[in-house]
Design a protein. Structure first.
Length: 371
């Protein structure tokens, strides 16, 4: 038990590129159980309950480590806890050997040292010191673990909010094409895409190092990481495959946009590997959906002021289909594992829905009347 605890702490906190043998598996089992147990609940209630999943997993992991240590050392103390040559026990306590061993182990782990049970043999004294050291290191590593994870959660929420604002709440790049490409200011957007790529890779690698980040599930879907991935997918689909490559060659072939596409695919695969997410390979129905989505995308772009790819061009259709086939299965699996309907992550969120101070009806008369 002690060795398992040491190994799990080491692989979870220190060796971030290796998967811990227990805590990740226990976390996945806990999350699946929580998902099943909340299927009966109304949507709002279920969303509220699932937001507690990741914090409970963190607390449960730390408690799991502590219990392993305490029970493991207690089993070492148990045969000799009432042996006068090994321990001096207060005669007024009057408890069983199992109770005394467990109590002394807990006191040693947390370095409390009440003195009602004292190790007197060199071996038991050494074990007590080792357990105290394990307790000190475990608590220190737990704090380090928490301090490593929570800043990343903030970065996820901030990036999702920022990209939602950049895309106007849409799950595609229509707003970006209108604001930057049609006005001839793509260079400004390209720098933004480069920074988005770097941040996406950082968060993707962080999910690989700390799989518990995968279970961060905000109540509002537009703040979730899977929504962020869907937004990046929509931006790449619009700028790389929705524009005419002859007229907008500088946009379609810009290395920063191409690298963002590669970064998205890499991040999705990293997520799939880190939590053993089952992503299917797509079906003929998916190909039909991708084709209809391509047509809808071109229709939305028709009034943006940019020159579009042709919906009748088999090369353009196939390029878009291949991109969607390489990304859709992971995004779909991510939605299913977090309990989000796939349609919700691709929905358009108005400013009001994104909790902005500005109403997002899009109707100036309604906004004036509301004010």
């Amino acid at each position: 038990m002690i060795v398992l605890a040491l190994l799990d702490v080491y692989l979870t906190v220190l060796h971030v590129q290796a998967e811990s043998p227990m805590s990740n598996k226990v976390g996945r089992m806990f999350w699946r159980s929580l998902m099943v147990c909340t299927t009966w609940a109304p949507k709002r209630t279920r969303d509220e309950i699932l937001t507690w999943g990741m914090p409970l997993m963190l607390v449960g992991t730390i408690i799991f480590w502590i219990l392993l240590y305490i029970h493991g050392f207690a089993l070492l103390y148990l045969p000799v806890i009432h042996d006068a040559a090994a321990f001096r026990v207060d005669p007024d306590v009057g408890t069983t050997a199992a109770e005394d061993a467990l109590y002394y182990s807990a006191v040693s782990f947390f370095t409390l040292g009440y003195g009602d049970i004292v190790a007197v043999h060199p071996v038991t004294r050494l074990l007590s010191v080792i357990e105290g050291a394990c307790g000190l290191l475990t608590i220190s590593f737990s704090v380090t673990y928490l301090l490593s994870i929570y800043p990343l959660i903030t970065r996820k929420l901030t990036l999702a909010t920022s990209l939602n604002e950049e895309t106007g709440g849409r799950a595609d790049g229509l707003a970006l094409a209108t604001r930057y490409v049609a006005s001839g200011r793509f260079e400004v957007l390209a720098e933004r895409l480069r920074m988005l790529h770097d941040e996406l890779l950082l968060l993707g690698q962080s999910h690989g190092f700390y799989p518990v980040l995968y279970y961060v599930r905000p109540r509002e879907v537009h703040l979730s990481f899977v929504r962020l991935l869907a937004l990046v997918q929509g931006v790449v689909a619009t700028l790389r495959y929705g524009l005419d490559p002859t007229v907008h060659q500088d946009v379609v072939s810009d290395p920063r946009l191409i690298v963002l596409e590669e970064g998205l695919i890499y991040t999705l695969r990293t997520l799939g590997d880190s939590i053993h997410m089952d992503a299917d390979d797509g079906t003929m129905e998916d190909a039909g959906v991708a084709s209809s989505d391509f047509t809808a995308l071109l229709g939305a772009l028709s009034e943006s002021g940019v020159t579009l790819a042709s919906a009748d061009d088999p090369v353009a259709v196939e390029r878009h289909r291949r991109f969607r086939a390489s990304t859709d299965p992971y995004i779909r699996a991510y939605c299913e594992n977090l309990g989000y309907p796939e349609a919700s992550i691709r929905a358009t969120f108005t400013r009001h829905q994104r909790e902005s101070a500005v109403l997002g009806s899009g109707d100036p008369q309604q906004e004036h009347a509301a004010s």
